[in-house]
Every structure is written in C-alpha cells, then in structure tokens.
Ligand binder design. Structure first.
Ligand code: NDP
Length: 325
C-alpha cells in the first residue's frame, strides 16, 4: 500500500522537502501501522532539515501525527486495529498518509479529541508537561519567564501555567502575539522586540527576578535570560529557534547567583514507553478537561510542506500548525 511521504535527500532549505510515494508495509513484532488523520509541524523538523540535528539521509521527516491504527504486530497489547491514537517520537517520518513504526510511544486517544488536535498537541504538550512537572520543582505561586509565548509550545505553556497557579511572564515578537499569550493565560507579556525584557521582568517582579526561565529561542535570549533569574534560579534552555546557544562559561552561573542550568530534550523523558504513556495521558486530560485548548493557527496540505517550514522559520505562525492529508 502506497503512502505519500515527505523525504529529504540532503540538508538545506525548505526546497529540499520532496513528496514521494513510499510503501507503508506490514508491522513486525512490537510495531503498528497507523493511517494518519493529520500531522503536526514542529521546530525540530526544521533543525533536522537544515542539519543542525543530524540524521542519516535520505530520511522521511516529521515527528508527530494522529490517526487510526490499521494493523498491529506481535506483542503489541495497548493498541488494536480501529483505535484512535497519536504520537510524537522518533523515528522521523510522520509527514505521510500511513506508516509502520514502533508501538511503544504511540498513545491511545480518547474519542473527544479530534485528529487535528491530537496531531497538534502531542509534541508541544508533552514538552510543556516535562518542563513543568519533570524538570523543576515549580509549584503554585512560582514565577516563570517563558520566551515565544504565542508559539506552539508557548500557548500551551500559558494555559498550563494558569491551570497550575503558576505566574507566567511571556515574551513575544509583536503586540498581536503578546495579546494572544495574555488571552491564553500569561499573567504578563513583554514585546521583546520593542522592550528590554530584563528591565521589564525586574519591574514586574519588584526587582526579585523569576524562579525559572524556559527558553526555546536560544542564541538571541540566553545570556539576558540569566539576568532575569533570582539567586538560585533555574535556567531551562530547550530550543534554538534563533540559533544554538554558544558555549557557556560556568563561572557566569556563580557570578549571577549560583544559578542552575539544564539543556533538556523531550526524547529523554519519553524514552521509556511507560513514562511516555503517562505524560501523554496527562496532556490528554488537560485537553479533555478544557484546561488547555489547542490553538491551531494555520493548516497546510502535505503538498505545501515547504511553505509551512518557511512560515515557521519566518516567525509568521502562531500556536500550533497542522499538515492536512
Ligand atoms: P514556535 O511556534 O514557538 O515558533 C518559534 C518562535 O520562536 C517564533 O514564532 C518566534 O516567536 C520565536 N523566535 C524568536 N527568534 C526567532 C528566530 N530568529 N527565528 C525563528 N523564530 C524565532 O515553535 P515550537 O512551538 O515548535 O517550538 C518552540 C521552541 O521549543 C523551539 O525552539 C523548539 O525547538 C523547542 N522545543 C524543544 C523541545 C525539547 O524537548 N527540547 C521540544 C519541543 C520544542 P516571536 O516572533 O514571538 O519571537
């Protein structure tokens, strides 16, 4: 059975994304075949396309999708044909109509969550889950600075923070995006193109600084983010939208108040299937309960995947982006 699939043969710009017909195949032991209802778009897809994150080429692209299980291989017990399911995991290859893949990180999805929402929420939602619950001891009343708060991860983080009683100070690149972050639940939002975000964070926190910074922007914000933290504060660097963070002088962390620093990845947290399934359930519960609403800002058909990548890199998207089939 043929499946239209996006592949890259070499690293480069969006023009390297090619639509080909591939054989979906039959699931072997521990595998499933899933027919996608929708696929998700994430910044990691850009890093894999450009070569910032290395992969053997040629390779299919895309890390996230939702759909219907068509067949299961020997030993798969948590899924059966006809189940609705979603995933965000390696190996890349989710930009396609149907595929065979390992079952461990594929998660059953409740009926009330549609495929587009499922495809939009898994990677970004599980990221927010581990940032808030598996990375730092933040709790009700904590103050968090979150960069790119109107983006895919960002808008979920704003709502998640509000639902947990965490005061989230967002940043975003336009006033319209700031309005979206506030609407999603940010307590404050700073336009970091027109305002000095360090000074504004100090002002908002009466000079104290925040407990935690969550920084997916990277090169452009890392250094100044350290100046937004309280003594003993926690710097979480989790992305490179503006480019990778240059090497860090550890003495800087001492000088700025014995700061803690991590550079984390979702894929460490979901490596054990039982952890992945529990994290996905937590995200699905947040969505099913209405505490988190997934904002799909734009949709592109599979044939226009290059345009979707261009828009994400050009900071033109808000919320999550869906690839339709
Ligand atoms: P977003 O929807 O947040 O898009 C990226 C946003 O970053 C842009 O919209 C833009 O918002 C901001 N940005 C700032 N500077 C730049 C720049 N020079 N070029 C492009 N964008 C810039 O993307 P995602 O929600 O998919 O991901 C957000 C971040 O989180 C990414 O860095 C991603 O890699 C990371 N991530 C990390 C994970 C992990 O486990 N480590 C897992 C998931 C995501 P604005 O205009 O408001 O500045």
């Amino acid at each position: 059975m043929k499946s239209r699939t996006i592949v890259i043969e070499e690293n480069g710009g969006p023009e390297k994304l090619r639509l080909v017909d591939m054989e979906a195949g039959e699931p072997g032991p521990g595998e499933i075949r899933i027919r996608h209802g929708a696929c998700g778009l994430n910044f990691i897809d850009v890093y894999q396309r450009t070569g910032l994150y290395k992969m053997d080429l040629p390779h299919a692209l895309g890390m996230e999708a939702a759909g219907t299980i068509e067949a299961v291989g020997e030993g798969v017990t948590h899924l059966k044909p006809g189940d609705r399911a979603a995933y965000a995991c390696h190996p890349a290859g989710a930009y396609c109509e149907a595929r065979v893949m390992p079952a461990g990180q594929v998660c059953k999805m409740p009926d009330e969550i549609d495929f587009e929402t499922g495809a939009a929420m898994m990677l970004q939602g599980m990221t927010v889950q581990y940032l808030f619950h598996r990375t730092t001891p933040i709790s009700e009343g904590s103050r968090v600075l979150f960069h790119a708060a109107a983006g895919g991860v960002g808008q979920i983080a704003c709502q998640w923070a509000k639902s947990e009683g965490v005061e989230l100070i967002g940043t975003a690149g336009t006033d319209e995006k700031c309005a979206m972050a506030l609407e999603a639940g940010a307590a404050h939002c700073i336009n970091y193109k027109t305002e000095d975000f360090v000074a504004r964070v100090r002002e908002i926190t009466d000079g104290e600084g925040v407990d935690v910074v969550m920084d997916g922007v990277g090169a452009d914000t890392f250094e100044r983010s350290l100046d937004c933290l309280k003594p003993l504060g926690f710097m979480i660097s989790f992305g490179n939208a503006s480019g990778p963070v240059p090497p860090v002088n550890l003495l800087t962390l001492a000088a700025k108040g014995s700061l803690k620093l991590t550079r984390c990845s979702l894929f460490t947290h979901i490596a054990r299937p039982e952890d992945c399934q529990a994290m996905a359930r937590h995200v699905m519960d947040k969505v099913s309960s209405g505490a988190v609403k997934i904002h799909i800002g734009q949709r592109y058909p599979l044939e226009q995947i290059a345009e979707a990548h261009r828009a994400l890199e050009a900071r033109e998207t808000t919320g999550s982006t869906i690839i339709t089939l």
